[in-house]
Structures are given as structure tokens and as C-alpha cells.
Design a protein around this ligand. Structure first.
Ligand SMILES: [Zn+2]
Length: 258
């Protein structure tokens, strides 16, 4: 299933269910639902979330800057005898890191970025968000695709993190984020690969109706999107129509009453 379909189906169904259930549909809840719908695929090199947060162009720029920095360090160490040979080694490592392939470099960058965020969160007591994002980045960078993120453990960890964030920020996030994440996993059950919900047990959940990019994929994704729109219609558009009808009726009553 494509990232776009996951985004529409998981977010749409989550917000509709919340609304039909009488829960408040707030902007933070919607944001948690959007992230939850894409987060399981963060361990996939072409995931929508990674493409948006770390696009190829940005990585190229970072690579060039890192190589220049490494070169600069070596030249500086040569001129001023700045901690040789460690400075040469560090400069060499920085240049070598730029030569690895795109995917590996992105993983290295995610680990580094995650580490910096974690360090900053602990040092400056920046709150749970930075630490959460940092830890997530580091964990996701080293996971194999459809590894931990496509399990019940992954959903529970995400739900748990959001639950504590909800308590700390006193905004309800975990229901929207957790439901959206779970819906992503359920959608992946419909694919040929399926998911392995409780590793190391090899038990698989799989209803192989579709393969992404094939006609079967187009068909199943279209059906899922249609169901989502029907739900959203019932949750958001219909109540608007009903309340408009009630207001009109009240107006009419008032006019005839006058
Ligand atoms: Zn997935």
C-alpha cells in the first residue's frame, strides 16, 4: 500500500471514528493521526515520512558540507598540529562517511540526529518530545523493514509514548495516534507480505488481496479510500447538514411564530 493511501485511510478513518464516538477532533489529535499513519513505514528507505523529513537534496548538501568539514579539519590539524593523529582520523572518517550509499548515509544521519536530540533533551531538560523523537529516530534507523514497527509491540510502544505525552501536555493524543498506527498495520495485512505481529513467533497475519503497484493494489486501495470517504461523510458532512436543517427549521418556526 502506498504512503499516500495509508495517510488518507488511517487518518480519515481515525478522525471519523473519534467524531462518531463523540471524542473531540482537535488539531494535535489530527497531527498524531497523520504521523501514526506514516510512522510504521519509517524503516522503509522510500517512506513518505523520510522523503519529506530527509529529502535527497538535503542529504546531498549535508554530504558536501561534511566532506568540506573533514577536509578543513585535516588542513587545520596539519597547520596548527591540532590533536594529531586523532584529528586526521576524524577528518578521514567524515570524508569516508560521504562515500557510503544514500541509504546507509541516511541511517547514519538519523542515528546522529537522534543522538543530538536525546543529548539536548537530557542536557537542557527540553521535555519529553525531543527525547521521544530522538529515541524514535535512532531505533528506526537500525530496524529492518517491516521489523519492529509492523508489530503489536511497535503499536504498543507508540501508543504508550503518546499516552505519557498526553498526560504531560494534557491534550488527548494517544487514542488518535494509536488507532491510526493500528489501522496502518491492518491495511498491511491485506498485502502479500502481510505482517508478523508477535516476533520472534513466526505467526503471520496475512489476507493477500493485493500487491502495491499492481492492479490488485489499485483496486484494494481504491476500495479502502472509498470506505474512508463514506465514513468521513457520515462523521463530518452529514452532521453539518443536520445542524443546518435544524437551524433552518428553528428560523422557520420563529418566522411563523411572529
Ligand atoms: Zn507499512
Amino acid at each position: 500500500m502506498t504512503g499516500r493511501t495509508h495517510l488518507i485511510v488511517s487518518t480519515g478513518i481515525t478522525l471519523s471514528v473519534l467524531s462518531l464516538w463523540g471524542q473531540p477532533v482537535t488539531l494535535p489529535a489530527a497531527a498524531a493521526a497523520v504521523i501514526g499513519s506514516l510512522l510504521p513505514d519509517i524503516d522503509e528507505p522510500n517512506s513518505l515520512l523520510l522523503q519529506k523529513t530527509l529529502p535527497k537534496k538535503l542529504i546531498h548538501i549535508v554530504k558536501i558540507l561534511l566532506a568540506l568539514l573533514g577536509l578543513g579539519l585535516i588542513v587545520y590539524a596539519r597547520l596548527t598540529a591540532f590533536y594529531p593523529p586523532y584529528s586526521y582520523m576524524a577528518g578521514g572518517l567524515m570524508i569516508a562517511a560521504c562515500l557510503v550509499n544514500h541509504r546507509l548515509f541516511r541511517q547514519l544521519l538519523m542515528i546522529l540526529l537522534g543522538g543530538v536530540l536525546l543529548y539536548a533533551a537530557v542536557t537542557f531538560e527540553a521535555g519529553p518530545w525531543w527525547a521521544t523523537i530522538g529515541a524514535l529516530l535512532m531505533v528506526c534507523a537500525v530496524l529492518p523493514h517491516r521489523g519492529l514497527t509492523h508489530t503489536i509491540y511497535g503499536a504498543a510502544i507508540w501508543g504508550g509514548l503518546l499516552y505519557f505525552a498526553s498526560l504531560m501536555l494534557s491534550v488527548p493524543l494517544w487514542l488518535a495516534g494509536g488507532l491510526s498506527y493500528t489501522l496502518h498495520l491492518l491495511c498491511d495485512v491485506l498485502t502479500k507480505q502481510g505482517i508478523q505481529p508477535f516476533p520472534p513467533f513466526s505467526w503471520k497475519w496475512k489476507i493477500p488481496l493485493m500487491s502495491t503497484g499492481k492492479f490488485s493494489g489499485f483496486l484494494v486501495e481504491s476500495i479502502c479510500i472509498t470506505i474512508t470517504f463514506v465514513l468521513m461523510w457520515n462523521a463530518f458532512v452529514k452532521p453539518m447538514g443536520v445542524s443546518a436543517f435544524v437551524i433552518l427549521q428553528q428560523l422557520k418556526d420563529r418566522m411563523t411564530g411572529m
